[in-house]
Design a protein around this ligand. Structure first.
Ligand code: GNR
Ligand code: NI
Length: 173
């Protein structure tokens, strides 16, 4: 397994759309393993492939309590259903260190995806898991959590990120 470096905003890498995976083969499984290791090290509760500069529709998630491990790997995730009920959750993003904002999203979702073993699976999720899956799926289409907040808050966060870059934060820091 390998630790990958995480792309920080603003970077055009994060705005590109990702390509579907044909099969979850050994190469994709290696990517999933490396993404999980990178996510746990960060630490974070989710990671999308474009955050490690890979433009494939692959995400990894683990919302279990710290110290426990219950990883979920998803390729080609598709939203089958969303609840009418929505949920406000404070979100962060490993590509936006130290920046947080409240985002409204559907409270419950149903998702279909290919798992680590290339099996088609469907799950229903609510709460933090639903928030995280939606945040990660957005990344696959170049959408970031700041795209869901007011223009004022977005410009404040982007200004801070540009300052961090100018201050010469090394890549992967
Ligand atoms: O680690 C993360 N925490 C988080 C908290 C609330 C909502 C979404 C997230 S995802 C984020 C990791 C990340 O940037 N994934 O893309
Ligand atoms: Ni993110």
């Amino acid at each position: 397994m390998a630790l990958l470096s995480i792309v920080k905003a603003p970077d055009p890498i994060l705005k590109k759309k990702c390509y579907r995976v044909d099969t979850v083969d050994d190469d994709i499984r290696r990517l999933m393993d490396d993404m999980l290791e990178t996510m746990y090290a960060a630490p974070g509760i989710g990671l999308a492939a474009p955050q490690v500069a890979v433009h494939r529709r692959v995400i990894v998630i683990d919302v279990s309590p710290t110290g426990e491990r219950d990883p979920l790997c998803l390729a080609n995730p598709e939203l089958l259903d969303v609840s009418d009920e929505s949920n406000l959750h404070e979100e962060g993003c490993l590509s936006f260190p130290d920046q947080y904002a409240e985002v409204v999203r559907p409270e419950r979702i149903r998702v279909r995806f290919l798992d680590y073993h290339n099996e088609i699976r469907e799950i229903e999720a609510g709460g933090l898991l639903a928030t995280c899956i939606q945040h990660e799926m957005d990344h696959l289409d170049g959408i970031l959590f700041v795209d869901h907040i007011s223009m004022l808050k977005r410009s404040m966060i982007l200004r801070k990120m540009t300052k961090q870059k100018k201050a010469g934060a090394p890549a992967g820091a």
